[in-house]
Design a protein around this ligand. Structure first.
Ligand code: GAF
Length: 388
């Protein structure tokens, strides 16, 4: 998206010139799904699809937000207003309100409001983290414009808290961490228990990552997501009767197997089996990446999808169709759903020379099976949220 055009759109919306333009990326996740809130590992990367924000300060205390993607009105509130929006038309303001609230709670200096024009080249509900991208956009804008001495990881934590308390999604920290800590051409190997992280070059040689959006119109993903978090929480409590652990991410497959009798519930056993095996797969996958064993990485990615399908039950027909169609194509190392699931997106690691064929074939199978088109994106891996 072009900076000049964005500045013009701000001017048309607010009848004045803007001060600065920012970009906040969405994310993919190579492997490690539904492990973050279980204290496990994840391996995400920031992508060139994301959200732009055009900022201009105001003298009063009003925040005026306009989204170029929604054919709606300017949403307005006061910086002192810390109540979560319930109204459907204004709900998206919560991503901003949460960040403003938590930053003002801890840091002095945010003493006036602003106008903000936002526009995404990332479809919302695509499982590529448009909400975390928005939260981190707000965080970096406020940090930069008001010279706040807040570090990026603290902003990621505030973004997670915004999801939990303003939006009502009991998510982990992966998305915010990936958006704000992203590094060009690298994925982030993050331990969500300790927040220790390591950048690893996404060295895929002749292969590339293709993003496939299901375009599934409406999902009840948030309540199903919160159910999964609750099921894991209940199972953890039962395991803690005999095991000294703080999170499921501390278990290996063998220990889980030995103590699984404590859970005594079929659904919860499946959920924990996924959380534990996915964490172990993530450790093995990052080792395979270090060893340059891309075939093994691909197999682990496929196994991740199957575990999300059978044990975590968050895939659904659309994501299964994309993954299974991908596995059958020539030059594919691996494919799986990413993000919360139920709809959203999948990724495939595909030989560059096969990429066009791949999109054509998988696109056709998807249309024939589901009845509408999937979208395919070749995104670059980029740096985290920043002024542009
Ligand atoms: C969503 C959540 F926001 C993340 O925290 C993470 O749990 C992911 O689903 C599943 O891995 O994107």
């Amino acid at each position: 998206m072009n900076k000049e055009e964005l500045l013009k759109k701000y001017e048309e919306t607010f009848n004045e010139k803007a001060k600065d333009v920012f970009f906040s990326p969405g994310r993919i996740n190579v492997i490690g799904e539904h492990t973050d809130y279980n204290g496990g590992h994840v391996f995400p990367a920031a992508i060139s699809l994301g959200v732009y924000g055009v900022y201009g300060p105001r003298e009063d205390k009003k925040v005026r937000l306009y989204s170029g993607n929604v054919d709606g009105e300017i949403v307005e509130f006061d910086i002192d207003d810390t109540t979560a929006e319930k109204d459907e038309d204004r709900f998206w303001a919560n991503y901003f309100k949460g960040m403003i609230t938590y930053l003002r709670e801890k840091y002095n200096g945010i003493d006036h409001g602003f106008n903000l024009y936002i526009e995404a080249n990332l479809p919302s509900g695509s499982g590529l983290s448009s909400s975390a991208a928005i939260e981190m956009l707000m965080g970096i804008i406020l940090k930069d414009e008001f010279n706040l001495d807040v570090d990026r990881i603290a902003l990621a934590k505030m973004g997670q808290r915004t999801e939990n308390e303003f939006v009502g999604l009991n998510s982990g920290i992966m998305d915010q961490f990936a958006c704000i800590m992203g590094k060009k051409d690298s994925a982030i190997f993050l331990d969500c228990n300790t927040l220790k992280y390591e950048y690893m070059p996404l060295a895929l040689g002749d292969y590339e990552i293709i993003i496939m959006a299901t375009n599934k119109p409406h999902t009840l993903a948030d309540s199903a997501y919160n159910d999964r978090v609750a099921e894991c929480g209940r199972a953890l409590k039962k395991l803690q009767q005999k095991l000294d652990i703080k999170a499921l991410g501390e278990l290996d497959n063998d220990t889980f197997d030995e103590y699984s009798y404590l859970i005594n519930d079929e659904t919860e056993i499946k959920r924990v089996r996924h959380a534990v095996s996915e964490n172990q797969r993530t450790l093995r996958a990052t080792q395979a990446m270090k060893d340059g064993d891309l075939e093994k990485l691909g197999r682990l990615i496929n196994a991740s999808h199957e575990s999300l399908h059978y044990d975590y039950e968050v895939t659904g027909k659309e994501l299964d169709t994309l993954a299974e169609a991908s596995w059958k194509q020539p030059g594919v190392l691996g494919a799986r759903m990413i993000g919360g699931g139920f709809g959203g997106s999948a990724i495939a690691i595909v030989k560059k020379s096969e990429a066009e064929n791949f999109k054509k074939n998988v696109g056709k199978i998807y249309r024939d099976t589901i009845g509408y088109d999937a979208s395919f994106y070749d995104a670059e891996i980029v740096d985290g949220t920043k002024r542009i």
